[in-house]
Write a protein that binds this ligand. Structure first.
Ligand code: PMP
Length: 306
């Protein structure tokens, strides 16, 4: 079917062929983007793969499903969904870099109404991609997008519908010759990248936007990097960040499951530290890459023998 997708996938409570993952067109998930998803990375290790933060990702999706109040009732419990990812690694004999995409969507009743009750029945699918990398590992050229991120509760969830805006902003950045974009919320505060969280380095400390206030996904990679930074004695704090902060920063760090940890070389022609990572950002990136690619023991990793 596809050179990108592994042949075996998960549907509700069993392994299926990836061609058999189907979604009804009248479903509100297809019509209105009312679905939740996750992105989980696996890194090759001898005899198998190390899966990063599988429980944390699934938990975020399950908790968003409950909090979103849109009738998501997963067909299987959280623990089984986590085990499904590991089972898929084995069924597909994954030995290379991969990206796992769990997805919760509604069957729907066929009714087009915008109201609770017509969603009817939740399905869980999981498919696995062969992964080629995402952002340039040697630094990213960004533009500050003019498209404001709306402030509403679901902006903090990985709801499919949210990604129309992210895709538009990122595509526009690429069209204008950049690798990625940085988005502001509708108050003008810096929010995040197209699918990354960000940290600014200023005076030897890291600053990040106030996640609880904004249309910002509480990122799992950012949680890992916060821990790394603090273990290096670097203070990390939240602040409402403006484009002036962005310009005055010594360096910028972007992070996400797909993006991993990478430094920003420039924003709209303003170059940071000669295009190189600062000492602090460089060391955080080095430690993150070591964790996912090489670490033998970490509470963030599950080793699956395939
Ligand atoms: N913000 C957005 C909008 C994202 O899509 C992602 C990627 N999931 C992130 C931040 C980073 O989150 P995580 O580190 O959990 O992948």
């Amino acid at each position: 079917m596809s050179e990108v997708l592994y042949p075996k996938a998960w549907f509700d409570d069993k392994v299926v062929d990836v061609e058999d993952l189907v979604m009804p067109v009248p479903s509100p998930s297809a019509q209105y983007g009312m679905a939740l998803f996750e992105g989980i990375r696996g890194y090759p290790r001898e005899g198998g793969v190390a899966v990063v933060a599988c429980l944390q990702h699934m938990k975020r999706m399950y908790e968003s499903a409950m909090a979103s109040d849109l009738n998501f009732r997963s067909p299987i419990p959280l623990g089984d969904a986590v085990r499904a990812v590991f089972e898929l690694m084995k069924h597909n004999e994954v030995r290379g870099p991969c990206y796992v995409r769990p997805y919760l969507f509604h069957q729907g009743t066929g009714h087009a109404a915008l109201r609770r009750g017509v969603q009817a029945g939740t399905h869980l699918s999981i498919h696995v991609e062969r992964w080629e990398g995402y952002l340039p590992p040697d630094g990213v050229r960004c533009t500050l997008s003019d498209i404001p991120k709306p402030m509403y509760r679901h902006a903090q969830y990985k709801t499919s519908g949210n990604y129309v805006l992210c895709t538009e902003a990122k595509s526009e950045a690429i069209h204008r010759g950049f690798d990625n974009c940085i988005l502001r919320d509708c108050r003008g505060y810096i929010a995040e990248g197209a699918s990354e969280n960000l940290f600014l380095e200023m005076g030897g400390c890291l600053l990040e936007p106030i996640a609880a206030d904004g249309p910002i996904l509480p990122g799992i990679t950012a949680t890992i990097l916060r821990g790394i930074a603090r273990s290096m004695g670097v203070e990390v704090s939240e602040r409402n960040l403006t484009p002036q902060h962005l310009r005055a920063a010594d360096g910028i760090l972007l992070c996400g499951t797909a993006a991993e940890a990478t430094h920003v070389k420039e924003v709209d022609g303003h170059v940071y530290n000669g295009g190189k990572p600062t000492k602090i950002i460089g060391e955080i990136i080095r430690r993150y890459r070591h964790l996912v690619n090489e670490a033998e023991e970490s509470s963030w990793l599950t080793y699956v023998t395939t």
